[in-house]
Design a protein around this ligand. Structure first.
Ligand SMILES: [Cu+2]
Length: 263
């Protein structure tokens, strides 16, 4: 067994944190509802938005905030592949459009849906209302990916090759197959498994964008089996290291959100 030298600093805290993560993650993963997040970047790699994903009764709710986007109306979709390669983001594939398969033989499968919330043969499950960016180049939007889930399954946003959130250059007409004449892709973010709140339990999307990114980077990439306890483990580790006389270093300074922003 390795000995942790009880001196003040980051290393012992991180060691303890790793230990606690390994010990506790399996237990909490089973009974915590899945959450997801995405950092949306533009064609030059600049951060333009942050989104949180959480399961609701009729699908997956996406809460997102954007900055530095062109004012106007933009197509906004969940795409089928979790890969965002700038500048064109064609790697994100087509729209997320799974077909119901449960209890059906291959020859009984319904035809794939067409694009558009106003299309009688639609929509793709990944079709979302247009994103409206104001003259101040910011936008915020809460919407639901109807029928989708974050749990395993045919309609999971965490399927084999992942999914991504994509913003297009033009308005989506919500009827034209396959993408509503919304033009090229100007921003893209891969859905990652992770909590959508900070250490205080506030929604990430209510924090300033830069603070959110700093916080994420401090924790590094999230493995699905790690995310569930990340927040609790940090708090537990902080208590443990305080008992051991070691100061745990917080991941990043967090501004206290406005009470009105909490929901
Ligand atoms: Cu799209």
């Amino acid at each position: 067994m390795r000995r942790v030298t009880p001196r003040a600093g980051v290393a012992p805290a991180l060691l303890l944190l790793g230990l606690l993560t390994a010990t506790l993650s399996t237990r909490a993963f089973a009974d915590t509802p899945p959450l997801g997040f995405a950092e949306i970047t533009g064609s030059s790699g600049q951060l333009v938005g942050v989104a949180s994903f959480q399961r609701v009764a009729d699908g997956v709710e996406i809460r997102a905030r954007f900055q530095a986007l062109p004012p106007g109306v933009h197509g906004y979709h969940v795409h089928a592949v979790g890969k965002c390669e700038a500048p064109t983001f064609v790697t994100a594939g087509d729209h997320f459009n799974p077909t119901p398969m449960e209890g059906l033989a291959l020859n009984e499968l319904p035809p794939p849906k067409e694009h558009g919330l106003l299309n009688p043969r639609g929509p793709h499950p990944g079709d979302l209302p247009n994103l409206v960016v104001g003259e101040d180049v910011t936008a915020s939007m809460t919407t639901i990916v109807k029928g989708a889930t974050l749990a395993p399954g045919n309609f999971s946003l965490f399927d084999g090759d992942g999914t991504s959130l994509v913003i297009h250059e033009r308005e989506d007409d919500q009827v034209s197959d396959p993408a509503g004449n919304s033009g090229g892709r100007i921003a893209c973010g891969v859905l990652g498994a992770g909590p959508a709140h900070d250490l205080n339990g506030h929604m990430f999307v209510n924090q300033p964008l830069d603070a959110q990114r700093t916080f994420r980077s401090a924790w590094g990439p999230y493995a699905p089996e790690q995310w569930a306890l990340e927040r609790d483990v940090y708090i537990i580790a902080q208590r443990a290291t305080q008992v051991a006389g070691v100061q745990a270093e917080p991941p990043a300074p967090q501004a206290e959100p406005e009470p009105a922003d909490e929901d």
